[in-house]
Design a protein around this ligand. Structure first.
Ligand code: NYM
Length: 208
């Protein structure tokens, strides 16, 4: 049956397994015959993405408000492309989205969750958010964090709490401490039912 694609977002703190699971999800969906594409935010290939990348790698200092707005702009750049794909019946698996934007910036001093959500209001609203739930301690034990700017256990703990405050009815919290295969199966089951259910539904606007 034809119909629009589903917008599926995968969120979690650093090292919760998002990127591995997105790849497994896409290949499973493709082999089931679905039209599907994977996307990742930040998209480091665009002009805003290059500025974000330089900031994350500590090559460039930027005001925290500016960084936040760059991350949001980096998503808005893809908005029309995302809507076009969804209307064509392509489902999108998105590795991080506006929830990361709000959860990371609001872990910084002087930022409220409410302020952080504002620039992303009106983006396409996900049909499903798969939150890979892992404690910051457990995430750190997975081989340690890298060199990027937010990769510190205390900061990740705040980010984790912020994510949980953003939970809404489209969210499914997945225990990411399970085996890779179990996490995959749980994600795939949720995605399969959402792809079927959204076909006749309109695409909503995030946080509006
Ligand atoms: N990040 C990601 C933000 O701070 N705000 C955002 O809006 C997004 C999408 O960028 N530590 C942070 C989370 C990560 C870092 O992401 C880079 P990744 O998935 O490691 O490339």
């Amino acid at each position: 049956m034809s119909g629009r694609g589903a917008l599926i977002v995968v969120e979690g703190i650093d090292r919760s397994g998002k990127t591995t699971q997105c790849a497994k999800l896409v290949s499973a969906l493709l082999s089931q015959g679905h039209k599907v594409e994977v996307m990742k935010f930040p998209d480091r290939t665009t002009e805003t993405g290059k500025m974000i990348d330089a900031y994350l790698q500590r090559d460039q200092t930027l005001d925290d408000h500016v960084v936040h707005l760059l991350f949001s702009a980096n998503r808005w750049e893809q908005c029309s492309n995302m809507l076009e794909n969804l209307h064509k019946g392509v489902s999108l698996i998105v590795d991080r989205y506006a929830y990361s934007g709000a959860a990371y910036t609001s872990a910084k001093q002087g930022f409220t969750l409410d302020w952080c959500k504002n620039p992303d209001k009106g983006l396409p609203d996900p049909d499903l958010v798969l939150f890979l739930n892992l404690s910051s301690k457990e995430a750190e034990s997975r081989g340690g964090y890298g060199e990027e700017i937010y990769e510190k256990v205390e900061f990740q703990k705040k980010v984790h709490n912020n994510f949980l405050q953003l939970k809404s009815k489209q969210w499914k919290v997945i225990d990411a401490s399970q085996s890779e295969e179990n996490v995959h199966r749980e994600m795939l089951n949720n995605v399969n039912s959402v792809i079927e259910n959204v076909k006749g539904q309109q695409i909503g606007k995030l946080w509006l």
